[in-house]
Design a protein around this ligand. Structure first.
Ligand code: NAD
Ligand code: DAU
Length: 340
């Protein structure tokens, strides 16, 4: 089996590469990544030594490059993680989100049609369902919840999902889609809440909490997400959507305070900053379908996963300090101001 993993130099794609190499030692794993600001070859250091692994630098929206790659490696499966993934960046620069997330997904599926494929799996997000109110904790996103997006990021992901469904219906392309809640764990780029707060706390810098910090996210340890995608890829039904989440809801403030407590840092580091425009209030996944049909359940509770994650950032300072030392500094100053 040959599996193309797009976006494998990023956070979840990188974890998925390691999951697949370990679990399926006979599979050939080909990572395709454009190495944008979020892609990091250091994430793949451990994989580069594996003869079953190949890295190809390419943009998924570049049709010639994608076709040439498919021609050469004739994949059985394609798992599409490649995306512009940060909501805040989509608010300042939506264009690239449309190009990569929508056009790029279309180009990959055209290549799948042209060269033949067992399955194209689209890694989507719970953000395509919009948000839930804070005062109705009994509500959850199911696979039937209508798409109702808030940010250019989530709109681009929803656009890609619709395109995937269209290719399945019109061209009979074998596809599956997964919609997962917020991930956390090793190799998470430090612009996102959890790694940003860990890095700032370790550097005794202010922790910028948007608004009142009352927004709720449903946190899933990244390795549980990888296991779920693996199950869907091999056993999921053609044309189906699967929600992935583990009932680990926390307010942002709870998450930030947990990190400070674990690191022995004072809550006085918390700084309330201007809210994100259009900020979604609450995400919460109902994972009944993937549990019932594929037997998936998350293995990691948030209280354990956050400890593992903090330990990883303590043990791998070089990985994230290299990022903080580079171009990311300019982004941080523009986003949060030089005082933070
Ligand atoms: P990430 O930003 O860490 O990584 C994205 C990767 O895609 C990077 O390596 C980047 O270089 C690559 N990439 C970007 N544009 C590309 C292009 N045009 N061609 C080829 N490669 C390109 O993202 P992530 O957090 O790992 O998210 C991966 C996927 O999972 C995304 O599709 C995202 O929408 C989805 N998702 C993320 C979360 C989360 O909590 N992080 C939750 C649910 C779904
Ligand atoms: O739900 C899945 C989504 O989760 C994925 O589709 C996205 O790719 C991923 O980035 C993530 O989106 P969020 O916007 O939820 O994640 P982020 O880490 O950016 O923010 C989490 C929450 O923390 C959100 O309510 C905004 C808040 N926040 C974030 C940052 C970066 C802050 O309060 N301060 C910050 O500095």
């Amino acid at each position: 089996m040959t599996v193309i993993v797009t976006g494998g130099a990023g956070f979840i794609g990188g974890n998925f590469v390691y999951h697949m190499l370990e679990k399926y030692p006979k599979y050939k794993i080909v990572c395709v990544d454009a190495l944008t600001y979020a892609g990091n070859m250091e994430t793949l250091d451990g994989a580069m030594k594996n003869p079953q692994f190949e890295f190809v630098k390419a943009d998924i929206a570049d049709r010639d490059a994608v076709y040439a790659l498919f021609e050469k490696c004739k994949p059985d499966y394609v798992v599409n993680f490649a995306a512009e993934s940060h909501v805040d960046r989509s608010i300042t620069n939506p264009d690239i989100f449309l190009r990569t997330n929508v056009i790029g997904t279309g180009v990959l599926m055209d290549a799948c049609r042209k060269y033949g494929i067992k399955r194209f799996h689209q890694v989507s997000t719970d953000e395509v369902y919009g948000d839930l109110p804070l005062d109705k904790p009994e509500l959850f996103f199911t696979e039937e919840t209508p798409l109702h997006t808030s940010s250019p990021y989530s709109a681009s992901k929803a656009g890609a999902d619709l395109l995937v469904n269209a290719y399945n219906r019109t061209y009979k392309l074998p596809v599956t889609i997964s919609r997962c809640s917020n991930n956390y764990g090793p190799y998470h780029f430090p612009e996102k809440l959890i790694p940003l707060m860990i890095a700032n706390a370790l550097n005794d810098k202010p922790l910028p909490v948007y608004g009142k910090g009352e927004n709720v996210r449903d946190w899933l340890y990244v390795k549980d997400h990888c296991e779920a995608i693996d199950l869907i890829l091999h056993n999921g039904k053609d044309g189906e959507v699967y929600n992935i989440g583990g009932h680990n809801e926390r307010t942002n403030l709870e998450v930030v305070k947990t990190i400070l407590r674990e690191l022995g840092k004072p809550e006085s580091l918390i700084t309330y900053v201007t809210d994100r425009p259009g900020h979604d209030m609450r995400y919460a996944i109902d994972p009944t379908k993937i549990n019932r049909e594929l037997g998936w359940l998350p293995a990691t509770r948030f209280d354990d996963g956050i400890k593992l994650t903090i330990k990883w950032y303590l043990d791998n300072r070089k990985w994230w300090e290299n990022i903080l030392a580079g171009e990311y500094q300019n982004y941080y100053e523009k986003m949060y101001g030089s005082g933070n």
